[in-house]
Design a protein around this ligand. Structure first.
Ligand code: HT7
Ligand code: ZN
Length: 856
């Protein structure tokens, strides 16, 4: 297989400062004429090489004259050129309706749309498909007017008109040079929710969210989020929007969440459409975050783009960090941080500990689509967050200002970003750069020694990053650790919080005049993306869970207490649950705490996170330990859960989307889960009453989740009612599939296999495939059934999906790659399925790379 290496980067031989595209749109046969103004980049005699994939080439001309001295190498069009600048024209034919990969120009719900990142533009026309070739685009589209009344492209609309044959045309021009991965067009029967935004310099921007006519009432939240994001980027980063229009289009078939095409974002409809009846609070939050994320790319990604795909985290890590801060500013910052860290631990830590581990700036790839990972995105964001912590808000902002100034209109590298921060702040980031090249999650050990007599306390810190594939030796990295000590008796802090930079393998810090026994609060706010091991006792963790003034540290202490208990009990020990119950009881009873925080804090760690702490994952034992603890917590605190449930219910009258109302709904759903776990006889009736009375999807879905987990008489009726009520809403049906695939039940594997035959199940829609297969893959117990049926099911589905949509299929491989973490029986069964996948004739490059790397 062909491997692309970072060290082999060379600047482009030919530049294309201007391009004109002319699309004669038709789902079966679209003609694309491309006029490229090409310029030789320096003194060389190499031909022009244009990437292509899957299209039929109809003609080539140079400076207005048809030529035939071109060749096709693989799928690259190679054209000898003599001068330093030429006009190259090509015409190709493509078939959007046969495009099941959803890359390039494709059909979704009767409309036509594009997805070009990372290498989809080559499926539309011949072009140097690399992010460091920036061009000004002029786009003309003609299409049947009745079928495609709306024609959109990047930039600003410049002209439109009708043609005699029932067709019409439109022209758009984007004045900002951009790489071809940011190209987009949409042709469809769409209605619009319009808004406007006045920028900080007083320019009026016309906003439009384009969806099916019936969905327009579900777009207000996305539009409000867009305006909030535009204002936030001005205030926080001084970034102003630069075109007269900003359009968003929602489509049902999409490989990812959304795409930041210049001035024409294209979204998976699940990140646009929301109303209280069909979208949960989680969905609403996701919509605001993704709308903001794509908008923020206008500067971090579009105005300053990436030199090559190895620099992907330059735009993605930074933009995730920006969207995380935006969301934190919109609601509860503490809860947002907890959610982000939980996500990091669920997806990125296992990736960093497994066969697919890679640094945030990888060194090589076979298929770039496989590198849109939690490491590039979420660990990338943590790296930026550490820089912000170390530099402080002011110097960090000076650094980002310098970066945007220096690199506006260019294709930059991660190094350019770090150097800008370094230059603006005067901070030496030499060692910090290791974060870009080194994979793996650092482990920190922290041990606090106290000599009561002398009043001296010594904190001994050590770091170590375990080997990852291809990187056996690791260097110490820079770990900014926010630390505070509390007196065990007075509960008072010994001194204000300090940020310690752990840069060596080992480091000692001495504290003088510490009279009381100190309790260590460390990695507050999760200031460094590391795994922390401390020798803090259960009593000290309980103390921090009750007293720490950093909400994340407080949450973390309670989670650690639960985790220690669960790991011990899954390992076979008889464990007393009293300490956990008391800590949860205390948290629930504390009126000072925000209800949203309480709801997060009292949730048990996930089965897979418990498994990550064990030498060999035992899914059944983990499940039993967790269910037993849940039952005990439910029983011991039943009165408190009922009080919390009733209290939250009484306080929420009528649906409101606000941080407070969300917190109450969340606590209500957590409390309902614990009441059901207690085995209370009325749990089914209680959940069903909530299900029926709900005026919003958050309450309805949480009640359904509780019912589906149990065996009450209301379980099947609720599933049927839900299905019938929402059978015409694809996004809600996805929930119906997912709730069943994630259910903690003995029969989940069999149910999922049956659901794969359901008339509403299809592999051609990525959301539906992920709703069933993706959700099942993260159900640790069901997926890891000892007989290997879960592995076989996943492999069967992925082999079938690969024929349609390799990118989506390859993204679902990771659960099979965790074989080293399981017993030898399961490991052998998983490997056998990976080998079966690798042996499939005609397997895609995407799957071949992921499946074979997963075997290492
Ligand atoms: N930048 C976007 C990436 C993306 C993508 C990548 C591969 C295949 C399909 C895709 N659709 C969108 C999304 C983002 O990070 O904003
Ligand atoms: Zn992004």
């Amino acid at each position: 297989p062909h491997v692309t290496r970072r060290e082999d980067y060379t600047a482009p031989d030919w530049l294309v400062p201007e391009i004109a595209l002319d699309f004669a749109l038709d789902p079966a046969a679209t003609r694309v004429k491309a006029t490229l103004h090409v310029q030789r980049s320096d003194a060389h005699d190499r031909p022009l090489r244009l990437d292509g994939a899957g299209q039929t080439l109809l003609s080539v001309s140079v400076d207005g004259v048809a030529v035939n001295d071109w060749t096709i190498e693989g799928e690259t069009l190679v054209l000898p050129l003599t001068g330093s600048a030429h006009v190259v024209e090509t015409e190709v034919e493509i078939a959007p309706e046969r495009n099941t990969q959803l890359m390039g120009l494709y059909a979704s719900g009767g409309n036509l749309c594009t997805q070009c990142e990372a290498e989809g533009f080559r499926r539309i026309t011949y072009f140097p498909d690399r992010p460091d070739v920036l061009s000004r685009y002029q786009v003309r589209m003609t299409a049947d007017k009745a079928r495609y009344p709306v024609l959109l492209a990047n930039g600003d609309p410049i002209a439109a008109g009708d043609l005699p044959d029932g067709r019409h045309w439109a022209e758009w021009r984007d004045p900002f040079p951009k790489p071809c991965y940011l190209f987009a067009l949409v042709a469809g029967d769409l209605a619009v929710n319009r808004g406007s935004f006045t920028t900080m310099s007083g320019r009026e921007v016309a906003l439009g969210i384009w969806v099916r006519a019936a969905d327009v009432p579900r777009t207000d939240h996305a539009l409000a989020a867009l305006k909030a994001a535009m204002a936030w980027d001005e205030q926080t980063y001084g970034r102003e929007y630069d075109l007269d229009v900003f359009n968003i289009v929602a489509v049902d078939d999409f490989n990812f969440g959304a795409m930041e095409n210049k001035g024409l974002n294209i979204f998976n409809s699940r990140y646009i459409l929301a109303d209280p009846d069909t979208a949960t609070d989680y969905d609403y939050d996701g919509i605001a975050a993704v709308v903001a994320h794509e908008y923020f790319h206008n500067w971090s990604g579009n105005r300053v783009t990436c030199r090559d795909w190895f620099q992907l985290s330059l735009k993605e890590g930074f933009t995730v960090y920006r969207d995380q801060c935006f969301s934190a500013d919109q609601g509860s910052a503490a809860v947002k941080r907890i959610e982000d860290v939980r996500g990091l631990r669920a997806a990125q830590f296992p990736e960093d500990a497994g066969p697919l581990a890679h640094p945030i700036r990888p060194d090589s790839y076979q298929e770039i689509s496989n590198f849109y990972t939690a490491t590039i995105y979420n660990k990338g964001a943590e790296i930026i967050r550490m820089l912000a912590t170390m530099l402080g808000a002011q110097a960090f902002r000076a650094g980002t200002d310098l970066y945007f100034d220096r690199f506006d209109g260019t294709a930059a590298t991660c190094e350019d970003f770090v150097a800008s921060l370094e230059d603006a702040s005067g901070t030496d980031l030499t060692q910090f750069r290791r974060w870009y090249s080194q994979a793996g999650t650092p482990r920190i050990t922290a041990s606090l020694l106290h000599h009561k007599g002398s009043g001296r306390a010594e904190l001994v810190l050590a770091q170590n990053t375990p080997p990852t594939p291809g990187q056996t030796v690791k260097q110490p990295v820079v770990l900014p650790l926010r630390i505070k000590l509390f007196g065990a008796d007075s509960a008072q802090p010994y001194a204000p919080e300090q940020t310690v930079l752990l840069t060596e393998a080992e480091h000692r810090i001495v504290f003088e005049d510490v009279r009381e026994r100190p309790i260590l609060s460390i990695n507050r706010g999760f200031s460094a993306p590391a795994i922390l091991e401390t020798d803090r006792s259960a009593a000290d963790l309980a103390f921090l869970a009750a007293q720490d003034d950093d909400p994340f540290a407080r949450y973390e202490a309670l989670q650690q207490l639960m985790l220690d208990t669960l790991v011990e009990s899954a390992g076979g020990a008889r464990v007393d649950h009293a300490a956990v119950i008391a800590a949860i009881g205390g948290t629930l009873a504390n009126p000072q705490l925000d209800r949203a925080f309480v709801a997060e804090a009292v949730l048990l760690p996930s089965e897979s996170f418990i498994g990550d702490q064990m030498a060999v994952v035992d899914p059944e034992a983990i499940f039993r330990a967790r269910e037993t603890l849940r039952r005990d917590i439910g029983r011991a605190l039943e009165a408190s859960w009922r009080a919390a449930y009733d209290g939250a219910r009484a306080t929420t009258t009528g649906y409101v989307y606000s941080p407070e109302a969300k917190g109450l709904r969340r606590l209500k759903s957590v409390a309902l889960g614990y009441i059901a776990a207690s085995g209370a006889a009325d749990a089914g009736a209680l959940a069903f009453a909530q299900f029926e009375a709900a005026d919003n999807m958050t309450d309805r879905q949480s009640a359904l989740t509780t019912l589906v987990a149990g065996d009450s008489a209301q379980r099947t009726p609720a599933l049927d009612i839900f299905y019938n009520r929402y059978s015409d809403n694809a996004l809600v049906l996805d929930k119906w599939f997912s709730v069943q695939a994630m259910a903690p039940r003995d029969d989940t594997g069999a149910v999922v296999a049956e659901l794969a035959q359901h008339r509403d199940f299809t592999l051609s829609n990525p959301n539906r495939a992920r709703a069933l297969i993706g959700a099942f893959g993260v159900n640790q117990r069901a997926f890891n059934a000892a007989d290997g049926s879960g592995y076989r099911f996943l492999a069967d589905q992925l082999i079938a999906l690969d024929r349609l949509n390799p990118q989506t299929a390859a993204k679902l491989i990771p659960p099979l790659g965790r074989w080293k973490r399981f017993d030898s029986n399961r490991a052998a069964l998983m490997r056998a399925e990976l080998e079966r996948i690798v042996a499939v004739p005609g397997l895609s490059k995407d799957m071949a790379e992921q499946a074979s790397r997963s075997l290492d």
